[in-house]
Design a protein around this ligand. Sequence first.
Ligand code: ADP
Ligand code: MG
Length: 237
Amino acid sequence: MILELKDVHSYYDKSHILNGVSLSVAQGTSVCLLGRNGVGKSTTMKTIMGMLNPGEHCRTEGSLLFEGKELAGLKSHAVARLGIAYVPQGRHIFPTLTTEENLRVASREGVDGSSKWNLASVYEFFPRLEERKDSKGDKLSGGEKQMLAVARGLMQNPRMMLLDEITEGLAPLIVDQLAVMVQNLIAQGVTILIAEQNVKFAMKVSSDCYILERGVIVHHQATNELSAETRKQYLGL
Ligand SMILES: Nc1ncnc2c1ncn2[C@@H]1O[C@H](COP(=O)(O)OP(=O)(O)O)[C@@H](O)[C@H]1O
Ligand SMILES: [Mg+2]
């Protein structure tokens, strides 16, 4: 397993948000965290990234192993340096920088010194971003912004990517394009943990899924085996 969470608890002040989350992601696979709004998907990702460590009214307990190393207690930049790229919910890109500048500032060698993902390979993977390379971030469409957010993650040459609700607010056609993009990433050997409410999308891009409800994993199954009943019970679909 590249990532293994064991009995993880996270708190914002006195609110107990994650209540014993355990999950694992195998190298080269794509795993999805599914659940309605507010169940703790983003909190799980922020916890992995060390954003709920003590100091800012937050706290995390439990074990989070990444390639056998304990993440608990590490600051975000240290987690990132181990090779985890986090694409936060809401397409965070620099609005006043061009597409290319957004990519350049994110560029970094991988932990193993790899630079497989650079401007040339990212443009090859996202031809649309090359067409838009001189456009400022705030001039891009929603789908382009999301592609840029993911591309910025790739520029870090990560061992693993966390993609938080990349389909949010996008038209179905764009969501389909993002599904193809994620499938291609998996084919390139990228390991992915994805948070989603869109089950159809999750079924296209992940092999394994965990369903969260109020900070608890209530279901774990192969994504394409999710029954209509389970989907209805936990996701309202
Ligand atoms: N900064 C914060 N301070 C206090 N509570 C928060 C904070 N961020 C999120 N929460 C609460 O944590 C719970 C889980 O939120 P979140 O992880 O964002 O859910 P999801 O990503 O599944 O929609 C929600 O009840 C939310 O209100
Ligand atoms: Mg969220």
